[in-house]
Design a protein. Structure first.
Length: 356
């Protein structure tokens, strides 16, 4: 089922080490959220205690409109990280994304690193698989196996074409994927979503995906981790040609804020998740005001998740929640519906006001 012999678990270990210890963000590209500003409401006409982050996703309640973005799995280190993420997500009422479960299919001994339902019994869990694997022998049966193994509420396909090119062992057949994704959507018993990995999904691509039967899209825009840079470090001593080429793609991608606006404008009814470089709750609030339903956080949680206990991770998540609530209070938005309808967000250069 795989096009190469490089162990998936070894690759995952290298990814974690690089993301934690190297500079893997762009040089001149940002999420774009800094270009949008909330206009303070001096008379909010609500109490701070009135502000609620409650929402639902995949038919389940969430205490906050946040997602632990898909990051890792397949190794002992990844298991410890995922366990901490799951415990904290359950306590805080966030949705939980898994790293690619392909490792568990190819190396069943690693399956335990993705089996988190024991630690997160009530929240939505999203299983994850590379869409390109549909061109390497994977089909509906394997997708069903991934969902059953993880007891997931949904399956999310990740689109990572550039990352695969920069991997010496990459899977680069991306032709006819939309047809195969549509087939999975028809036959799988749980909702199917699609995400990028840090270069963004625009409105045109999102429309094709929604028309194919996708239930939700995570734009995973540029401004955070750049996988061209992660793979650059992996190829430094293995493939000098790819190492040099990766430098030219340091600032490649669509900024997250731009993705959210474009996807929402072209797909008014679709469920949209904003991830890619988010660190604060104010950024999460901006994402929702610009059109997202949920905001995803990845690398901003990863360092805390490597600690021996989940306390530091919970602190980071609580800080994000508090920042979002304060931002909502500052514009007089008591609910997420109010936040989505606000006219108190504008572009700092054009002063254009956005109403979603």
């Amino acid at each position: 089922m795989t096009s190469n012999n490089y162990p998936t678990d070894k690759r995952k270990s290298e990814h974690i080490d690089i993301v934690l210890n190297q500079k893997v963000t762009g040089t001149n590209i940002t999420t774009g959220f800094e270009a949008y500003q909330f206009r303070h409401n001096a008379l909010p006409e609500i109490n701070f205690d009135d502000v609620s982050l409650y929402t639902t996703f995949l038919g389940k309640p969430l205490k906050a409109p946040f997602l632990v973005s898909s990051m890792t799995g397949g190794t002992d280190q990844a298991w410890k990280i995922n366990k901490h993420l799951a415990v904290a997500a359950e306590e805080q009422g966030w949705a939980m994304g898994l790293g690619s479960v392909r490792a568990a299919i190819e190396q069943p001994s690693t399956a335990y690193t993705f089996q988190l339902r024991e630690y997160a019994p009530t929240i939505p869990i999203l299983a994850n698989l590379g869409a390109a694997q549909l061109n390497y022998g994977y089909g509906v049966n394997e997708c069903r196996q991934v969902v059953e193994l993880t007891q997931a509420d949904a399956l999310i396909f990740h689109l990572n074409s550039l990352q695969e090119v920069f991997q010496p062992e990459g899977d680069t057949r991306f032709r006819s994927l939309i047809r195969q994704i549509a087939e999975v959507c028809k036959k799988l018993d749980v909702p199917v979503g699609v995400k990028e990995v840090g270069w963004g999904i625009d409105g045109k691509v999102a429309k094709l995906l929604f028309e194919a039967g996708i239930h939700f899209i995570d734009v995973a825009g540029a401004g955070g981790t750049s996988w061209s840079q992660v793979e650059k470090y992996r190829s430094q001593h293995k493939d000098p040609l790819r190492y040099q080429a990766a430098e030219a793609f340091t600032d490649w991608g669509i900024p997250t804020a731009e993705c959210v606006i474009d996807v929402r404008q072209r797909n008014p009814q679709g469920t949209v998740i904003s991830s890619g470089g988010l660190y604060t709750g104010v950024e999460g609030a901006k994402a929702i005001a610009l059109g997202a339903d949920l905001a995803g956080y990845g690398r901003s949680l990863l360092t805390a998740a490597t600690q021996s206990t989940p306390e530091q991770l919970r602190f980071v998540m609580q800080r994000i929640e508090l920042e979002c609530k304060i931002a909502m209070f500052g514009i007089g938005a008591a609910t997420l519906s109010d936040l989505k309808r606000t006219d108190r967000i504008h572009h700092i250069h054009t002063r254009t006001t956005f109403r979603t």
